[in-house]
Design a protein around this ligand. Sequence first.
Ligand code: ADP
Length: 328
Amino acid sequence: MKDKILRLLKENNDHFLSGQGISDNLGVSRTAIWKYINSLKEEGYVINSSSKKGYQLISCPDLLTADEIGDKLHTKFIGKEIVHFQSIDSTNNKAKELAAKNTSQGTVVIAEEQTLGRGRLGRNWTSPKYKGIWLSIILKPDTNPMKVPKITQIGAAAVIESLKSLKIDAEVKWPNDIVIKGKKVCGILTEMSGELNRVNYVVMGLGINANLQKNDFPENIIDKATSLSIESNSNIDRKTLVSTLLFKFEELYEEFDKEGIIKTSVDICRKNSAIIGKDIKIINREQETFAKALDIDDNGELIVQYKDGSIEKLISGEISIRALNGYI
Ligand code: ADP
Protein backbone atom coordinates (compact mmCIF):
# COMPACT_ATOMS: atom_id res chain seq x y z
CA MET A 1 0.00 0.00 0.00
CA LYS A 2 2.81 2.38 0.88
CA ASP A 3 4.18 2.08 -2.66
CA LYS A 4 0.75 2.89 -4.11
CA ILE A 5 0.43 6.01 -1.96
CA LEU A 6 3.92 7.04 -2.98
CA ARG A 7 3.09 6.56 -6.65
CA LEU A 8 -0.02 8.73 -6.31
CA LEU A 9 2.00 11.43 -4.56
CA LYS A 10 4.68 11.31 -7.25
CA GLU A 11 2.15 11.55 -10.07
CA ASN A 12 0.50 14.55 -8.40
CA ASN A 13 3.47 16.35 -6.95
CA ASP A 14 2.44 19.71 -8.42
CA HIS A 15 -0.54 19.99 -6.05
CA PHE A 16 -1.98 18.79 -2.76
CA LEU A 17 -3.92 15.51 -2.66
CA SER A 18 -6.62 15.33 -0.06
CA GLY A 19 -6.56 12.49 2.47
CA GLN A 20 -10.14 11.69 1.46
CA GLY A 21 -9.16 11.56 -2.20
CA ILE A 22 -6.34 9.10 -1.54
CA SER A 23 -8.62 7.11 0.70
CA ASP A 24 -11.32 6.84 -2.00
CA ASN A 25 -8.79 6.05 -4.68
CA LEU A 26 -7.02 3.25 -2.80
CA GLY A 27 -9.75 2.04 -0.49
CA VAL A 28 -7.90 2.53 2.81
CA SER A 29 -8.83 4.60 5.86
CA ARG A 30 -7.51 8.13 6.35
CA THR A 31 -5.79 7.01 9.56
CA ALA A 32 -3.95 4.29 7.66
CA ILE A 33 -2.87 6.85 5.05
CA TRP A 34 -1.61 9.17 7.79
CA LYS A 35 0.49 6.28 9.17
CA TYR A 36 1.93 5.43 5.76
CA ILE A 37 2.77 9.09 5.16
CA ASN A 38 4.62 9.23 8.49
CA SER A 39 6.53 6.13 7.59
CA LEU A 40 7.49 7.67 4.22
CA LYS A 41 8.67 10.80 6.03
CA GLU A 42 10.85 8.62 8.26
CA GLU A 43 12.43 7.14 5.11
CA GLY A 44 13.41 10.63 4.00
CA TYR A 45 10.52 11.71 1.77
CA VAL A 46 9.68 15.36 2.35
CA ILE A 47 5.89 15.65 2.32
CA ASN A 48 3.87 18.77 3.12
CA SER A 49 0.87 17.86 5.25
CA SER A 50 -2.03 20.20 5.86
CA SER A 51 -5.19 19.22 7.69
CA LYS A 52 -7.21 21.24 5.17
CA LYS A 53 -5.44 20.52 1.89
CA GLY A 54 -3.96 17.05 2.41
CA TYR A 55 -0.52 15.92 1.26
CA GLN A 56 2.03 17.08 -1.30
CA LEU A 57 5.31 15.38 -2.10
CA ILE A 58 8.18 17.88 -2.08
CA SER A 59 11.22 15.66 -2.54
CA CYS A 60 12.38 12.05 -2.57
CA PRO A 61 15.41 10.74 -0.68
CA ASP A 62 18.59 9.74 -2.50
CA LEU A 63 18.03 6.04 -1.83
CA LEU A 64 18.43 3.05 -4.12
CA THR A 65 15.13 1.44 -3.16
CA ALA A 66 12.75 -0.32 -5.53
CA ASP A 67 10.38 2.65 -5.13
CA GLU A 68 13.05 5.08 -6.29
CA ILE A 69 14.65 3.03 -9.07
CA GLY A 70 11.53 1.26 -10.35
CA ASP A 71 10.12 4.33 -12.15
CA LYS A 72 13.24 4.61 -14.26
CA LEU A 73 13.89 0.93 -14.87
CA HIS A 74 12.95 -0.49 -18.27
CA THR A 75 14.31 -4.02 -17.99
CA LYS A 76 12.57 -7.33 -18.58
CA PHE A 77 13.88 -9.31 -15.62
CA ILE A 78 16.98 -7.70 -14.12
CA GLY A 79 15.93 -5.65 -11.09
CA LYS A 80 12.24 -6.52 -11.33
CA GLU A 81 12.80 -7.58 -7.74
CA ILE A 82 15.01 -5.23 -5.71
CA VAL A 83 15.95 -6.09 -2.12
CA HIS A 84 17.23 -2.95 -0.41
CA PHE A 85 19.18 -2.55 2.83
CA GLN A 86 20.35 0.54 4.65
CA SER A 87 23.33 -1.45 5.85
CA ILE A 88 24.51 -5.00 5.29
CA ASP A 89 27.72 -6.99 5.66
CA SER A 90 28.06 -7.74 1.94
CA THR A 91 25.50 -7.66 -0.89
CA ASN A 92 27.16 -10.74 -2.42
CA ASN A 93 26.67 -12.66 0.84
CA LYS A 94 23.01 -11.70 0.99
CA ALA A 95 22.47 -12.45 -2.69
CA LYS A 96 24.04 -15.90 -2.27
CA GLU A 97 21.78 -16.58 0.70
CA LEU A 98 18.71 -15.55 -1.32
CA ALA A 99 19.80 -17.40 -4.46
CA ALA A 100 20.14 -20.62 -2.47
CA LYS A 101 16.50 -20.17 -1.40
CA ASN A 102 15.14 -20.21 -4.94
CA THR A 103 15.01 -16.45 -5.46
CA SER A 104 14.39 -15.75 -9.12
CA GLN A 105 17.01 -14.80 -11.70
CA GLY A 106 17.45 -11.05 -12.02
CA THR A 107 16.84 -10.24 -8.35
CA VAL A 108 19.11 -7.38 -7.28
CA VAL A 109 20.38 -6.83 -3.74
CA ILE A 110 21.35 -3.21 -3.05
CA ALA A 111 22.77 -1.72 0.13
CA GLU A 112 23.46 1.90 1.02
CA GLU A 113 26.49 0.68 2.97
CA GLN A 114 28.48 -2.54 3.26
CA THR A 115 30.22 -3.17 6.55
CA LEU A 116 32.24 -6.10 5.20
CA GLY A 117 32.34 -5.41 1.44
CA ARG A 118 34.60 -7.89 -0.30
CA GLY A 119 36.94 -7.90 -3.27
CA ARG A 120 38.53 -11.04 -4.66
CA LEU A 121 40.68 -13.37 -2.57
CA GLY A 122 39.19 -12.08 0.67
CA ARG A 123 40.34 -8.50 0.07
CA ASN A 124 38.10 -5.82 1.47
CA TRP A 125 36.00 -3.31 -0.46
CA THR A 126 35.39 0.14 1.05
CA SER A 127 31.65 0.91 0.80
CA PRO A 128 30.63 4.02 2.76
CA LYS A 129 26.98 4.90 3.31
CA TYR A 130 24.99 6.66 0.53
CA LYS A 131 28.20 7.33 -1.41
CA GLY A 132 28.39 4.46 -3.85
CA ILE A 133 26.48 1.82 -5.71
CA TRP A 134 26.92 -1.46 -3.91
CA LEU A 135 24.79 -4.12 -5.55
CA SER A 136 24.66 -7.78 -6.49
CA ILE A 137 22.67 -9.47 -9.25
CA ILE A 138 21.42 -13.05 -8.94
CA LEU A 139 21.75 -15.02 -12.18
CA LYS A 140 20.85 -18.60 -13.01
CA PRO A 141 22.43 -19.29 -16.39
CA ASP A 142 21.94 -22.70 -17.94
CA THR A 143 25.63 -23.07 -18.72
CA ASN A 144 28.84 -24.82 -17.87
CA PRO A 145 30.65 -23.50 -14.72
CA MET A 146 33.75 -22.91 -16.87
CA LYS A 147 31.86 -20.17 -18.72
CA VAL A 148 30.89 -18.24 -15.59
CA PRO A 149 33.97 -15.96 -15.55
CA LYS A 150 32.62 -14.47 -18.80
CA ILE A 151 29.88 -12.82 -16.76
CA THR A 152 32.50 -10.51 -15.24
CA GLN A 153 33.28 -9.22 -18.76
CA ILE A 154 29.57 -8.60 -19.32
CA GLY A 155 29.45 -6.61 -16.07
CA ALA A 156 32.53 -4.62 -17.03
CA ALA A 157 31.08 -3.77 -20.45
CA ALA A 158 27.77 -2.71 -18.88
CA VAL A 159 29.62 -0.37 -16.50
CA ILE A 160 31.65 1.17 -19.36
CA GLU A 161 28.50 1.72 -21.42
CA SER A 162 26.53 3.26 -18.59
CA LEU A 163 29.40 5.60 -17.71
CA LYS A 164 29.47 6.69 -21.35
CA SER A 165 25.84 7.79 -20.95
CA LEU A 166 27.17 10.14 -18.24
CA LYS A 167 29.92 11.23 -20.63
CA ILE A 168 32.54 9.63 -18.40
CA ASP A 169 35.29 7.71 -20.16
CA ALA A 170 36.56 4.73 -18.22
CA GLU A 171 38.68 1.68 -19.02
CA VAL A 172 38.57 -1.99 -18.14
CA LYS A 173 41.51 -3.37 -16.26
CA TRP A 174 41.01 -7.00 -17.15
CA PRO A 175 39.44 -8.97 -15.65
CA ASN A 176 37.36 -7.24 -13.02
CA ASP A 177 38.16 -3.59 -12.43
CA ILE A 178 37.10 -0.35 -14.06
CA VAL A 179 39.59 2.48 -13.89
CA ILE A 180 39.70 6.15 -14.77
CA LYS A 181 43.12 7.61 -15.51
CA GLY A 182 44.66 4.56 -13.88
CA LYS A 183 42.66 4.73 -10.67
CA LYS A 184 40.07 2.17 -9.67
CA VAL A 185 36.49 3.42 -9.72
CA CYS A 186 34.63 0.10 -9.77
CA GLY A 187 35.28 -3.52 -8.88
CA ILE A 188 33.38 -6.62 -9.90
CA LEU A 189 33.21 -9.83 -7.89
CA THR A 190 31.56 -12.81 -9.56
CA GLU A 191 30.86 -15.82 -7.37
CA MET A 192 29.19 -19.10 -8.17
CA SER A 193 27.62 -22.15 -6.66
CA GLY A 194 27.58 -25.18 -8.88
CA GLU A 195 28.58 -28.74 -9.53
CA LEU A 196 31.05 -30.09 -12.07
CA ASN A 197 28.88 -29.45 -15.11
CA ARG A 198 25.99 -27.46 -13.71
CA VAL A 199 25.57 -23.96 -12.33
CA ASN A 200 23.18 -23.55 -9.41
CA TYR A 201 23.48 -19.80 -9.34
CA VAL A 202 25.86 -16.94 -9.99
CA VAL A 203 26.08 -13.74 -8.01
CA MET A 204 27.73 -10.78 -9.70
CA GLY A 205 28.61 -8.02 -7.27
CA LEU A 206 29.43 -4.51 -8.41
CA GLY A 207 30.90 -1.73 -6.35
CA ILE A 208 30.92 1.67 -8.04
CA ASN A 209 32.48 4.65 -6.32
CA ALA A 210 29.86 7.21 -7.28
CA ASN A 211 29.98 10.14 -4.87
CA LEU A 212 32.92 9.28 -2.63
CA GLN A 213 35.29 12.13 -1.89
CA LYS A 214 39.02 11.78 -1.19
CA ASN A 215 38.53 11.52 2.57
CA ASP A 216 36.06 8.63 2.16
CA PHE A 217 38.90 6.34 1.06
CA PRO A 218 41.22 4.69 3.57
CA GLU A 219 44.78 5.99 3.56
CA ASN A 220 46.24 2.89 1.87
CA ILE A 221 44.14 3.18 -1.31
CA ILE A 222 43.85 6.94 -1.61
CA ASP A 223 46.38 7.02 -4.47
CA LYS A 224 44.91 4.15 -6.47
CA ALA A 225 41.17 4.71 -6.04
CA THR A 226 38.87 7.43 -7.34
CA SER A 227 35.17 8.16 -7.76
CA LEU A 228 32.91 9.30 -10.58
CA SER A 229 32.21 12.47 -8.64
CA ILE A 230 35.91 13.31 -8.22
CA GLU A 231 36.62 12.62 -11.90
CA SER A 232 33.62 14.46 -13.33
CA ASN A 233 33.54 17.23 -10.76
CA SER A 234 29.82 16.72 -10.29
CA ASN A 235 27.33 14.93 -8.11
CA ILE A 236 26.29 11.59 -9.61
CA ASP A 237 22.60 10.71 -9.77
CA ARG A 238 22.91 7.19 -8.35
CA LYS A 239 19.31 6.19 -9.19
CA THR A 240 19.67 6.97 -12.90
CA LEU A 241 23.05 5.25 -13.02
CA VAL A 242 21.68 2.07 -11.42
CA SER A 243 18.76 1.90 -13.84
CA THR A 244 21.00 2.51 -16.87
CA LEU A 245 23.47 -0.06 -15.62
CA LEU A 246 20.85 -2.76 -15.08
CA PHE A 247 19.36 -2.04 -18.51
CA LYS A 248 22.73 -2.30 -20.28
CA PHE A 249 23.65 -5.39 -18.30
CA GLU A 250 20.41 -7.15 -19.26
CA GLU A 251 20.94 -6.35 -22.93
CA LEU A 252 24.48 -7.78 -22.91
CA TYR A 253 23.63 -10.71 -20.66
CA GLU A 254 20.90 -11.87 -23.04
CA GLU A 255 23.50 -12.49 -25.76
CA PHE A 256 25.25 -14.86 -23.35
CA ASP A 257 22.07 -16.46 -22.05
CA LYS A 258 20.56 -17.09 -25.51
CA GLU A 259 23.61 -17.66 -27.69
CA GLY A 260 26.31 -18.58 -25.19
CA ILE A 261 28.61 -15.83 -26.50
CA ILE A 262 29.85 -12.51 -25.14
CA LYS A 263 31.08 -10.95 -28.35
CA THR A 264 29.44 -7.55 -27.86
CA SER A 265 30.74 -7.30 -24.29
CA VAL A 266 34.25 -8.33 -25.30
CA ASP A 267 34.26 -5.76 -28.10
CA ILE A 268 33.44 -3.07 -25.54
CA CYS A 269 36.09 -4.35 -23.10
CA ARG A 270 38.67 -4.55 -25.87
CA LYS A 271 37.94 -1.08 -27.21
CA ASN A 272 38.14 0.37 -23.72
CA SER A 273 40.96 -1.73 -22.32
CA ALA A 274 43.43 -0.20 -19.88
CA ILE A 275 46.06 -2.86 -20.53
CA ILE A 276 46.06 -4.03 -24.16
CA GLY A 277 49.40 -3.15 -25.72
CA LYS A 278 51.02 -2.56 -22.34
CA ASP A 279 53.70 -4.34 -20.38
CA ILE A 280 52.08 -5.96 -17.39
CA LYS A 281 52.82 -7.97 -14.31
CA ILE A 282 50.66 -11.06 -13.84
CA ILE A 283 50.08 -12.04 -10.24
CA ASN A 284 48.83 -15.58 -9.78
CA ARG A 285 48.80 -16.57 -6.13
CA GLU A 286 52.28 -15.60 -4.90
CA GLN A 287 53.86 -15.85 -8.33
CA GLU A 288 54.67 -12.80 -10.45
CA THR A 289 55.38 -12.98 -14.19
CA PHE A 290 56.07 -10.20 -16.66
CA ALA A 291 54.41 -10.12 -20.07
CA LYS A 292 52.82 -7.90 -22.67
CA ALA A 293 49.01 -7.81 -22.95
CA LEU A 294 48.22 -8.41 -26.63
CA ASP A 295 44.45 -8.73 -26.86
CA ILE A 296 41.28 -10.17 -25.37
CA ASP A 297 39.77 -13.04 -27.35
CA ASP A 298 36.07 -13.55 -28.01
CA ASN A 299 35.80 -15.76 -24.92
CA GLY A 300 37.01 -12.92 -22.72
CA GLU A 301 40.43 -14.48 -22.14
CA LEU A 302 43.51 -12.26 -22.02
CA ILE A 303 46.17 -13.06 -24.61
CA VAL A 304 49.66 -12.32 -23.31
CA GLN A 305 53.15 -12.70 -24.68
CA TYR A 306 56.06 -13.57 -22.39
CA LYS A 307 59.62 -12.33 -22.72
CA ASP A 308 60.66 -15.57 -24.49
CA GLY A 309 58.07 -14.89 -27.19
CA SER A 310 55.60 -17.57 -26.12
CA ILE A 311 51.93 -16.68 -26.13
CA GLU A 312 49.31 -17.75 -23.58
CA LYS A 313 45.63 -17.14 -22.92
CA LEU A 314 44.70 -16.32 -19.34
CA ILE A 315 41.32 -17.15 -17.80
CA SER A 316 40.32 -14.54 -15.24
CA GLY A 317 39.95 -16.78 -12.17
CA GLU A 318 42.21 -15.49 -9.45
CA ILE A 319 44.70 -13.61 -11.57
CA SER A 320 45.52 -9.97 -10.85
CA ILE A 321 47.19 -7.68 -13.34
CA ARG A 322 49.36 -4.65 -12.71
CA ALA A 323 50.87 -2.30 -15.25
CA LEU A 324 54.53 -1.72 -14.67
CA ASN A 325 54.07 1.82 -13.54
CA GLY A 326 51.28 2.69 -11.14
CA TYR A 327 48.31 0.67 -10.01
CA ILE A 328 46.99 -0.42 -13.37
P1 ADP B 1 42.91 -6.42 -7.19
O1 ADP B 1 42.55 -5.11 -7.80
O2 ADP B 1 44.11 -6.35 -6.33
O3 ADP B 1 42.95 -7.54 -8.19
P2 ADP B 1 40.22 -6.78 -6.14
O4 ADP B 1 39.74 -6.60 -7.52
O5 ADP B 1 39.78 -7.97 -5.40
O6 ADP B 1 41.80 -6.79 -6.11
O7 ADP B 1 39.82 -5.49 -5.29
C1 ADP B 1 40.15 -5.36 -3.91
C2 ADP B 1 41.16 -4.25 -3.71
O8 ADP B 1 40.63 -3.00 -4.16
C3 ADP B 1 41.47 -3.96 -2.23
O9 ADP B 1 42.54 -4.75 -1.80
C4 ADP B 1 41.83 -2.47 -2.20
O10 ADP B 1 43.17 -2.27 -2.56
C5 ADP B 1 41.01 -1.90 -3.34
N1 ADP B 1 39.76 -1.24 -2.87
C6 ADP B 1 38.98 -1.50 -1.80
N2 ADP B 1 37.90 -0.72 -1.76
C7 ADP B 1 37.97 0.09 -2.85
C8 ADP B 1 37.15 1.11 -3.39
N3 ADP B 1 35.98 1.48 -2.82
N4 ADP B 1 37.55 1.71 -4.52
C9 ADP B 1 38.71 1.36 -5.15
N5 ADP B 1 39.52 0.40 -4.70
C10 ADP B 1 39.16 -0.23 -3.56
